[in-house]
Write a protein that binds this ligand. Structure first.
Ligand code: BEZ
Length: 258
């Protein structure tokens, strides 16, 4: 989803399709209109770009991961009115013709230089253009992180936990947007516990989304570490049927370029 991290696009589509499914509410917030030009920032395998394009909007999806873009083109590239897709590093985003709107789902928390990213989005928008997005913020995945920290303290006590995410408060993020020249017209901060795929556990979540964090620990300790994470978190993150959830907290916003 962003430059520097390689994703398994097929596994992402099969076990983590909830990312796009939950993103449908953000498409409603975007309220795309026919013929609007819309940029989908961090489009992944393109499912939401296609939904936006179905309204008659002209959609361009960009993602830093070539495998995601290859999969997006394979899945959607040939349909009439289909989005175009391109490999672009967000921090290098530069467009010839500014867009009416920039849409982004479940991506901004990966951008640990938020001011640089927001400035690139601003420059990609027409004056009056809207930036509509949802991402993990505030206390997002605090329980998953807590479990990992506890397990690391027991299994690899000499190691440190480094997290590659930006989880701001609503106020912090709104201030960054305003400082960059946006007017923030809507925000909604909410908990959205998100069931994982049947059979997946906290360990699977960490393997999929935390490879850079796990890389700091000796590879031969990963199985023991993640088994301990599951033990520590089972009571906190499973329901009565044993199904695991990730403790997601989302920030949704609409900001308009002044
Ligand atoms: C999220 O969607 O909130 C998220 C996904 C992967 C890593 C961290 C957060």
């Amino acid at each position: 989803m962003f430059q520097g991290m390689s994703w398994n696009a097929k596994q992402y589509d099969s076990n983590f399709s909830f990312v796009s499914q939950y993103g449908r509410g953000v498409v409603e917030l975007l309220a795309p209109r026919a013929d609007e030009r819309i940029l989908d920032l961090g489009c992944g395998t393109g499912d939401l770009a296609v939904e936006i394009a179905a309204t008659g909007a002209v959609v361009h999806g960009v993602d830093g991961d070539p495998e995601m873009i290859r999969t997006a083109r394979e899945k959607h590239g040939s349909a009439p009115g289909a989005p175009s897709f391109e490999v672009v590093d967000v921090y290098e985003l530069s467009v010839a013709e500014p867009f009416d709107a920039v849409f982004s789902n479940a991506v901004l928390h990966w951008l640990t230089r938020p001011d640089d990213a927001i400035a690139r989005v601003r420059d990609a928008l027409l004056p009056g253009g809207r930036f509509v997005a949802e991402f993990g913020a505030g206390r997002n995945v605090a329980t998953l992180i807590d479990g990992l920290r506890q397990a690391v303290a027991e299994v690899v006590p000499e190691a440190e936990v480094a997290l590659p995410w930006y989880f701001p408060s609503t106020a912090e993020h709104a201030t960054r947007l305003e400082n960059a020249g946006f007017e923030v017209v809507y925000t909604h901060y909410f908990d959205r516990p998100t069931p994982l795929a049947e059979g997946d556990t906290a360990a699977d979540w960490w393997r999929m989304f935390g490879p850079r964090t796990l890389a700091a620990f000796p590879v031969e300790r990963h199985d023991a570490l993640l088994a301990r994470v599951d033990e520590l978190l089972r009571d906190r993150l499973t329901d009565s049927s044993g199904r695991w959830s990730a403790d997601y907290t989302r920030l949704r916003f609409v900001a308009v370029r002044r």
